[in-house]
Design a protein around this ligand. Structure first.
Ligand SMILES: [Zn+2]
Length: 467
């Protein structure tokens, strides 16, 4: 009986002590992550991938919540849920009630997704939006605020850019790939090379040049009679982009073809180019494109421009997922050891092979751009694995959005993910706090300065600000 009593007292003591220990540990745990997250807010961010567009390019006069939603990744989840939506140019003419009826069910069904949560975070940071979920009422209030801000967009953009914590954004203008004119207060030029590669096998009949590289060449006074002419004009485009301080080239071709690029001899490509494009088989057209991408890599290396490549999951609702499998690029990494290849998006869902490639090759880097928005939890678990495999000077972060609110949400989300991963690693005894901060600074800033050779540019900007 006595023994039983002693045992009970002992058990109560153990329970009390362990709950006391848990209670003691809990705030300490939270504090570590909070401190790290705060430290991340001190970093002036070099954002290595965006598609920022001026709202003046949008068809509607007034920009509200639904314009931002329709320009965001979240609109894909809304559609994926089966809900309807409207085209951008029709939004202006529709009432809030009609719009919520169309978008509300899809928004509600997407409350679990990372696209949804990161979109909310942008409004939280820039508008003080304090709800977790969108409702018909809070969206209507938010929409009025957005509309007011967009009436003075330049002022609003400047304010939001600074509030979010950005210092520089690499801007890929895929919708206007020959434009080299950017506001260098905010943006660095990205040379979008898809047209150089994809249009080599899509030569129009004489006089049929329209909105393509052939029209551009014609306007710039370059004849396009044979492959040498085509290459001479592409050479010119490289020089133009370099003269406008381009920081890298970008390939997003997985949206329309496989990432496997065979090495095609010049003579074969020359012969294929001389034929009418309409007469080329699919295999022949692919061979010409393959030749061009190899040529682009060599030129990029000559101009010391890293090559950014979309890998993995494709935005929108419907495409060929297998196109973007990262390992399809393996032959290029072997062929061009002097080129710098930056693989995008964690290669999701092939995050393991994505990490393995950067571990194997000195010339392969990882930009986790967009991965946290695609899946927060996948970003957390796969970044942890990546940090087990790959030296931390090879990582970058980008937002990949069209408007500043979503880019801001992406940055907030990206910081949360990285703080969580690094905190877990500190707790497991894998990192000191100092090293965790150094890794985060690398991902959000220092690695980009090093790999994309930005120090001269940033120093000039610093001098300009002092004047
Ligand atoms: Zn992109």
């Amino acid at each position: 009986m006595k023994t039983k009593k002693v045992k009970t007292v002992l058990l109560i003591t153990i329970i009390f002590l362990s709950s006391f220990t848990i209670f003691q540990c809990q705030p300490q745990k939270d504090q570590l992550e909070t401190n790290l997250r705060r430290a991340l807010d001190e970093i002036p961010v070099i954002n290595t991938h965006e598609h920022q567009r001026s709202p003046h390019e949008l068809p509607d006069e007034h920009i509200g919540f639904y314009h931002l939603l329709e320009s965001s990744y979240l609109s894909s989840d809304v559609r994926s849920s089966g809900a309807s939506g409207y085209r951008l140019e029709t939004l202006d003419s529709l009432s809030d009630e009609v719009l919520w009826k169309a978008y509300g069910p899809g928004l509600n069904h997407s409350r679990n997704t990372s696209y949804y949560s990161h979109f909310v975070k942008g409004f939280k940071k820039l508008y003080g939006f304090d709800a977790i979920y969108f409702t018909e009422e809070n969206v209507s209030e938010l929409s009025n605020e957005i509309e007011k801000n967009y009436e003075n967009y330049e002022t609003w953009f400047d304010q939001a850019f600074n509030n979010a914590g950005f210092e520089l954004m690499f801007n890929d203008q895929y919708w206007n790939p020959f434009n080299c004119d950017l506001n260098d207060k905010y943006f660095a030029l990205v040379f979008h090379i898809n047209p150089l590669v994809m249009e080599v096998s899509n030569k129009p009949a004489p006089g049929g040049e329209k909105d393509n590289i052939y029209q551009q060449a014609w306007e710039d006074g370059f004849p396009m009679m044979n492959l040498d002419d085509y290459l001479a004009y592409c050479d010119q485009l490289f020089i133009k982009n370099v003269n406008n301080n381009a920081v890298c080239v970008k390939n997003s071709m997985a949206y329309s073809r496989t990432l496997y690029y065979e090495d095609i001899p010049y003579e074969e490509a020359k012969d294929l180019f001389s034929k009418p494009s309409g007469s080329l088989s699919k295999t022949e057209a692919k061979k010409l494109q393959d030749f061009m991408f190899h040529w682009v890599i060599q030129k990029a290396t000559e101009h010391e421009l890293p090559v950014q490549i979309h890998t993995g999951y494709l935005a929108g609702n419907g495409n060929v997922l297998d196109n973007g499998k990262p390992v399809k690029l393996n032959n290029l990494f072997l062929n061009y050891p002097d080129a710098k290849f930056v693989l995008f998006h964690g290669g999701f869902p092939w995050t393991g092979e994505y990490a393995a490639l950067a571990k194997m090759f000195t010339n392969v880097y990882l930009d986790i751009v967009w991965l946290p928005q695609i899946s927060r939890e996948e970003a957390i678990s796969s970044l942890d694995v990546m940090l087990d495999c790959v030296p931390y000077n090879k990582f970058f972060w980008g937002g990949d959005c069209a408007l500043i609110e979503e880019s801001t949400g992406s940055l907030e989300f990206g910081k949360d993910v990285i703080a969580e991963v690094l905190t877990k690693r500190i707790r497991r005894g894998l990192l000191t706090e100092d090293l965790a901060i150094e890794i985060a600074r690398g991902i959000f800033r220092e690695n980009a300065i090093e790999t994309f050779q930005l120090s001269k540019r940033l120093n000039q900007e610093f001098e300009r600000m002092k004047m």
